[in-house]
Design a protein around this ligand. Structure first.
Ligand SMILES: Cc1cc2nc3c(=O)[nH]c(=O)nc-3n(C[C@H](O)[C@H](O)[C@H](O)COP(=O)(O)OP(=O)(O)OC[C@H]3O[C@@H](n4cnc5c(N)ncnc54)[C@H](O)[C@@H]3O)c2cc1C
Length: 395
């Protein structure tokens, strides 16, 4: 593995050129912009394929937002290819299926039929976002990727792959992978496409795990869904996704969030009612409007390819956003390892990724529409099952 190269050759790209710029990379190398689930997975997969990678993450603290994440079987399968699935399971909590009820506790579904995607791993896993992040960061550092935090791009030339960075350095890349998330500045700049509000908001709160919670539990309410996900032997999160009540603002101040969350849960019985009063700490409530985006194909301009939420940010109804971001990295590295020219790699990537991600984004959106309007002729559990089945198909 080569050490990072710092030369003082000037960049060839006009927009990236500064005569004293430090040069990070030359042709044959890849840049990854964004160190979230997708960017880290792509970095790991590319390093395993023997490719030099520069990863830049704009957040100097590399903070993690949100409480936990469901890792469905296809996420574990992709993480297994990256060599970190077992660690995720060891640091998370296995999930064997799903139960759904009406808000007042009448059983709707008991689904345990999904077998593990990888023998020896559970069908699903719940894990805190912090633990997943730490596992991916440790593996990416160990892989030899050149990682800089507190750094973003100042200029990107899709035609040449020349990149200027905010720390004053430049690089020239065969491929620039934009993994800068749902509100991707690269997508806005290169495609002019922005994420849109779905009409729903999401709530999350960590609680001690219910002892027999070993599946996803969901309760279908009049304006949305509430439920529980195990994250560790002693930890779970309570989730809620709902239509904003008539007349209520979408943006809420932090002060009073816990009381507001308790009020929004008032219609639910069962385990939700038993845990509602434990929501006490405003600072611990994770609340956010739910936006989504599906960038029309192709997701590349010249030598810049968008992956993860930057290309296909989904509402969380099928627990597939992170899974698809991880798969993107695995598929990209497989195509690059084949040795084809960049244009062919990008075409092959799109052929393998677009329909699969479209199924996830559109299926999740349909469930969200039904949650907002029960008169729609949609069975949310059947849609979730169909999306999961599609996502479990071989990569
Ligand atoms: C409420 C909720 C619940 C969810 N639950 C699940 C679930 O259970 N299972 C699941 O699989 N998925 C879930 N998701 C989706 C999942 O979180 C995302 O799909 C996943 O994080 C996408 O990864 P990403 O790397 O594309 O984007 P992100 O994780 O958002 O990472 C983007 C990274 O890029 C960095 N960045 C941004 N701009 C720049 C820039 N200009 N330069 C450099 N760096 C930049 C950011 O700081 C960030 O680190 C959920 C999402 C939400 C909102």
């Amino acid at each position: 593995m080569r050490p990072p190269r710092r030369t003082t050759r000037p960049s060839r790209a006009r927009t990236c050129a500064t005569s004293s710029a430090t040069r990070w990379a030359d042709r044959g190398e890849r840049a990854v912009v964004g160190g979230g689930i997708g960017g880290l997975s792509a970095t790991l997969a590319l390093r395993q394929a023997g490719v030099e990678v520069d990863l830049v993450e704009k957040d100097a603290e590399w903070s993690v937002h949100g409480v936990g994440i469901i890792q469905p079987g296809n996420a574990l399968r992709a993480l297994d290819r990256l060599g970190v699935a077992e660690e995720c399971v060891a640091q998370g909590h296995p999930m064997t299926g799903m139960r759904s009820w009406t808000a007042d506790g009448e059983t709707l579904l008991r689904a345990d039929e999904f077998p593990p995607a990888v023998e020896g791993l559970p069908p699903n896993n719940g894990i805190t976002r912090r633990r997943l992040h730490d596992i991916l960061v440790a593996a990416a550092r160990k892989s030899g990727a050149r990682i800089r935090t507190g750094v973003t791009t100042s200029a990107v030339e899709p035609g040449t792959g020349d990149v200027g960075f905010s720390d004053g350095t430049t690089g020239a890349y065969d491929l620039v992978v934009g993994a800068d998330g749902l509100y991707s500045p690269l997508r806005a700049r290169l495609f002019g496409v922005r994420a849109k509000f779905t009409g729903q908001v999401a709530w999350r709160y960590n609680l001690p795990r219910i002892p027999d919670l070993d599946r996803l539990w969901v309760y279908r309410g009049s304006r949305g869904t509430a439920g529980f996900v195990p994250l560790a032997p002693d930890l779970m999160y309570m989730l809620t996704i709902e239509k904003v009540p008539e007349g209520a603002p979408v943006r809420l101040p932090r002060e009073g969030l816990a009381a507001e969350y308790r009020r929004r849960l008032a219609e639910y019985g069962g385990a939700v009612a038993e845990h509602r009063d434990l929501v006490r700490d405003d600072a611990e409530v994770v609340y956010r409007p739910v936006d989504n985006v599906l960038l029309p194909a192709p997701w590349h301009r010249g030598k810049v390819l968008l992956i993860g939420d930057a290309a296909h940010g989904t509402s969380p109804h099928c627990g597939q956003g992170g899974a698809q971001a991880i798969e993107d990295g695995v598929v990209l590295a497989e195509e690059i390892a084949g040795g084809a020219p960049v244009e062919q790699v990008l075409d092959a990537f799109m052929r393998r990724r677009f329909e699969r991600c479209r199924t996830v984004v559109e299926g999740s959106e349909r469930i969200g529409r039904w949650e907002q309007d029960h008169t729609l002729d949609i069975d949310p559990d059947a849609v979730a099952h169909a999306v999961t089945t599609a996502a479990m198909a071989p990569l």
